[in-house]
Write a protein that binds this ligand. Structure first.
Ligand SMILES: Cc1cc2nc3c(=O)[nH]c(=O)nc-3n(C[C@H](O)[C@H](O)[C@H](O)COP(=O)(O)OP(=O)(O)OC[C@H]3O[C@@H](n4cnc5c(N)ncnc54)[C@H](O)[C@@H]3O)c2cc1C
Length: 411
């Protein structure tokens, strides 16, 4: 019995069916994979191209150490083989992100739906599971909201985390697991855009700046920096690099104010920028600085903020700009501070942190260390990961291993 028809549950049910088990997959929505369809902006970044298991699992930070045994059974190579054999062609984009050539998440969902059919999986959709019951230290049955009770031998829990709850992931699995005395760490949005207080940031909405460096600062102490693209939105900042920094920001916010400083020219030092600025000011000496700074800045939208931060009067003529003013402009290029208002809530998160403690799962089989016939897969697990296809790969791997081991155990 598999509860939850997201990517992890579908993979688990399909694999158990492929091995000849009699499988029931229960999903509370009328359709499967509602969240899968919005992944990667509707294009589905289904994995990250890193066939080396050790290197791949290192991306999961501290919790990566739990994953080696599962990924050695079914990793990126096996996942790509699975999709390619089923005629889903893929391409590798920036930072190893793998997408279907079709650029459509529904082509990934189609492969999984066919996999369920091939394995003769019985589908119960539009029916929420209300509860799970236990008898003699084993899971005995699921209780559906319509009053039906279904008994089973093995149970795979794939109800997801709490990110984007309108897709069905409302944390039901956490409530059941807590009742069953499993340890659940509270959920926080962990891969999520960041709201910024400064009004100028909102005025830049729609602007995307590649190749900038962002540094997270609290009380003057630098905590983390990353180079990448920043995307300005109506609430603050987003984009893969920002989203990957959000967990650290969220942690620091618990202790007080956080500032993200942007360096517009991370690969140029003060000396190089000074030389560029001097050449520009000399060449355009009879023009006002507000009409020439654009030649240096990557986007015009940055001009007002650079003038504001540096205190340089935009109406001044280039031949009147003094050395201190040049230095002030350079300092503004290298440190554009943004005050963090907060992280966006779980409804905007890609992943929520927290979930079932990995210490309570045997990753060779994905089996609970408390209940011998309960398997746990996908977002329900408290495993850190960056954006870039790692979340879905975690679903494919844990789903496959659980589907496989549940059948193995029954033999
Ligand atoms: C906007 C967005 C974009 C993303 N993009 C990417 C990406 O490009 N690449 C990537 O790797 N990851 C991405 N992710 C993360 C990825 O979508 C998740 O990691 C993944 O969907 C988790 O799969 P899952 O099967 O564990 O859970 P879910 O996909 O959350 O599925 C759980 C299922 O269980 C069902 N369910 C819950 N409770 C019950 C119940 N009581 N009874 C019956 N059914 C129930 C739900 O309805 C749901 O269908 C993205 C996430 C978001 C929100």
């Amino acid at each position: 019995m598999v509860i939850g028809g997201g990517p992890a549950g579908m993979m688990a049910a399909g694999r158990a069916g492929e091995r000849g088990a009699k499988v029931i997959l229960i999903e509370k929505n009328d359709t499967f994979g509602k969240k899968l369809l919005v992944t990667g902006g509707g294009r589905c970044n289904l994995t990250n191209y890193e066939p080396d298991v050790r290197k791949f699992t290192e991306k999961f930070g501290e919790t990566g150490k739990f994953l080696f045994s599962a990924f050695s059974q079914w990793g990126v190579r096996e996942t790509l083989g699975f999709f390619h054999r089923r005629d889903l062609e893929t391409k590798v984009e920036e930072e190893g992100r793998v997408f279907p050539i079709s650029n459509r998440a529904d082509s990934v969902l189609e492969v999984l739906t066919d996999y369920l059919k091939e394995g003769n999986v019985t589908i119960l959709s539009g029916i929420p599971v209300k509860e799970i019951s236990v008898s003699r230290n084993k899971i005995e049955a699921v209780h559906l909201e319509n009053g039906r009770k279904i008994y089973g031998r093995s149970f795979i829990l794939a109800t997801g985390g709490r990110a984007l709850p309108e897709t069905g992931s409302t944390g039901d699995g956490f409530t059941w697991l807590e009742k069953l005395s499993h340890t659940i760490t509270p959920s926080d949005p962990s891969l999520v855009p960041i709201a910024i207080k400064d009004e100028w940031v909102k005025e830049m909405q729609g602007v995307s700046l590649p190749g900038v460096k962002m540094t997270i600062i609290q009380n003057g102490v630098k905590h983390l920096n990353r180079k990448g693209t920043i995307l300005f939105t109506h609430f603050g900042i987003s984009g893969p690099t920002i989203i990957n920094m959000s967990k650290v920001v969220g942690g620091l916010l618990k202790n007080g104010e956080v500032v993200i400083s942007m360096d517009i020219f991370p690969s140029l030092g003060h000396g190089e920028l000074n030389a560029q600025l001097q050449t520009l000011l000399k060449k355009q000496s009879n023009r006002k600085i507000k009409n020439v700074l654009r030649a240096i800045l990557p986007v015009a939208a940055l001009e007002p903020i650079v003038f504001h931060l540096s205190g340089v009067d935009p109406e001044k003529f280039c031949n009147n700009i003094k050395r201190e003013e040049r230095m002030a402009l350079i300092n503004a290029f290298k440190n554009v501070p943004m005050s963090v208002e907060g992280l966006l809530g779980p409804e905007k998160a890609i992943v929520t942190s927290g979930g079932l403690s990995p210490l309570e799962v045997d990753f060779k089989t994905m089996r609970s260390r408390i209940f011998p016939n309960l398997y746990l897969v996908g977002d329900i697990l408290d495993i850190d990961r960056p954006s870039g296809g790692y979340s879905l790969q975690l679903c494919w791997t844990t789903g496959y291993v659980a589907g496989n081991s549940a059948v193995e155990k029954e033999k």
